[in-house]
Design a protein. Structure first.
Length: 110
């Protein structure tokens, strides 16, 4: 899709607003207790220690004390301590996921 200048500005503005909400809700849940049980497919708030910021993530895999997460806003996959997970606040859950997986026509899927 090709964006004209106005549409592209609105798109960037929407992303900025989304990330501001995620950051503020992440700061709000920081003092809450970490989640004790996680299941693959669950959407959670997770503190990404590499980037030192809160993110919305989809649980991919859970081990004894670590969780593999796919960022709902960036699409990256990372592993964090379960201690860095929190329940998804309603305000952040209402936002659309920003990372969208695509496949180009003719390209094999993984």
């Amino acid at each position: 899709m090709i964006y004209n200048g106005y549409a592209f500005f609105n798109f960037i503005s929407e992303i900025s607003q989304c990330l501001e909400v995620v950051a503020s809700t992440g700061a709000a849940v920081h003092s809450e207790a970490p989640l004790t049980t996680l299941t693959p497919g669950e959407v959670v708030m997770v503190y990404c220690s590499e980037f030192k910021e809160w993110d919305r993530g989809i649980v991919l895999q859970v081990t004894e004390d670590r969780v593999s997460i796919k960022s709902a806003d960036y699409g990256s996959i990372f592993t964090e301590s379960i201690q860095n997970t929190r329940a998804m606040p309603e305000e952040a859950a209402k936002l659309p996921l920003r990372a969208v997986q695509i496949c180009l026509e003719g390209e094999p899927t993984k």
